[in-house]
Design a protein around this ligand. Structure first.
Ligand code: GDP
Length: 364
């Protein structure tokens, strides 16, 4: 599955946010068969109203949402790359994530200590980014040394890795994160295998006070500006409100949100923003037993999409009977869509589209 690491300085609201994410009714209800793996890792259902609609039409007994994993990564402080705080251990945790949700303190509260003694989310972001950049530079230098023999021996992979690492190092030495580089498609796989910390896509999470949850505040506006300048995404939420909402039933939560002037829970926006950040999309399988959402990267072909369900589906792939979400809903289900000629037989070269309702035929 796809993994978002929650990072940020101490006392910015990471744990509050993580608890809210993993305690919502949706997270709990959908918690089989994975459930919370460890106190800092939680599986969260990806909210998608389309799944409810499809399940209703098909009278599916069960609804199984797509899932995303969140990891609460504590221990990032100034000097972390030099072993301060939890030091290098958490850097390894970040390496394993697909993207980073960077929580920034955008609330004033004299009772909650700020490690730097002032509330300034833009500078906080720089503190963390600097640590990650230093960590990347150190790991690149080590890896370049490790590669040199293979490169001299003419090993093609090693030559490619060296070229990419040197490009990243040059950017970092100019004070730019590795994600600022444009990577050729043919280098994309090798690049992602390098697992550079500053190459991971970033979503800034502005944790604002309750009163600013709907409007944002001056701090979150400063973050929005910074994010825009970097081409990064940001969301404004109040972790405390989210934690309260997480305890409520769906009806109570809707009422509470309306009172606060919010259209939907911040967590839903956060999860969807994470989905977009990772260029993910959803296809569905729908039947009387269950309606289920599956996550794939944008641009995935039908056999690869089938492989998300089971490796055998990919290996023995014959075709995918395909109905678009819009047709499925407008015509009122699979049978009707089929009769209207809206079920397409798609072969190996088909690129799955967001919302497709698929039924795979395969050889065993
Ligand atoms: P972490 O160290 O980043 O995981 O931060 P925590 O989630 O443990 O939060 C640190 C402290 O800040 C806790 O006492 C929280 O209750 C408090 N806190 C978190 N979010 C908010 C907020 O939006 N407003 C206020 N006033 N306090 C908050």
């Amino acid at each position: 599955g796809f993994k978002m690491g929650i990072v940020g300085l101490p006392n910015v609201g990471k744990s509050t946010l993580f608890n809210a994410l993993t305690k919502t009714a949706a997270a709990q209800a959908a918690n089989f068969p994975f459930c919370t793996i460890d106190p800092n890792v939680g599986d969260v259902a990806v909210p998608d109203a389309r799944l409810d609609t499809l399940a209703e039409i098909a009278k599916s007994k069960q609804k199984i949402p797509a899932r995303m994993t969140f990891v609460d990564i504590a221990g990032l402080v100034k000097g972390a790359s030099k072993g301060e705080g939890l030091g290098n251990q958490f850097l390894a945790n970040i390496r394993e994530t697909d993207a980073i949700a960077h929580v920034l303190r955008c609330f004033e509260d004299g009772d909650v200590t700020h490690v730097e003694g002032r509330v300034n989310p833009v500078e906080d972001a720089e503190v963390i980014e600097t640590e990650l950049m230093i960590a990347d530079m150190e790991s690149i230098e080590k890896r370049l040394q490790g590669l040199s023999r293979k490169v001299r021996g003419g090993d093609k992979d090693a030559v490619q890795q060296e070229r990419l690492l040197k490009a990243a190092l040059a950017a970092l030495e100019e004070g730019r994160p590795a994600r600022s580089l444009e990577i050729d498609p043919e280098d994309a796989r090798a690049w992602s295998l390098l697992q550079l910390l500053t190459a991971k896509p970033i979503l800034y999470v502005c944790n604002v006070d309750e009163a600013s949850a709907a409007s944002g505040n001056a701090h979150s506006e400063a973050v929005a500006k910074m994010a825009a300048a970097q081409g990064a995404a940001h969301v404004v939420i109040s972790a405390q409100i989210e934690e309260e909402i997480a305890q409520l039933s769906d009806e109570e939560a809707a009422e509470f949100l309306a009172e606060m002037g919010l259209e939907e829970a911040g967590l839903d926006r956060l999860i969807r923003a994470g989905y977009a950040l990772l260029s993910l999309e959803t296809y569905f399988t729908v039947g009387p037993k269950e309606a289920r959402a599956w996550t794939i990267p944008v641009g995935t072909t039908a056999p690869k999409a089938a492989g998300v369900i089971h490796g055998d589906f990919e290996k023995g792939f014959i075709r995918a009977e395909t109905i678009s979400y819009e047709d499925f809903v407008a015509l009122g289900g699979e049978q009707a869509a089929k009769e209207a000629g809206k079920m397409r037989a798609e072969g190996k070269g088909y690129t799955v589209r967001d919302g497709d309702v698929l039924h795979f035929l395969f050889n065993t």
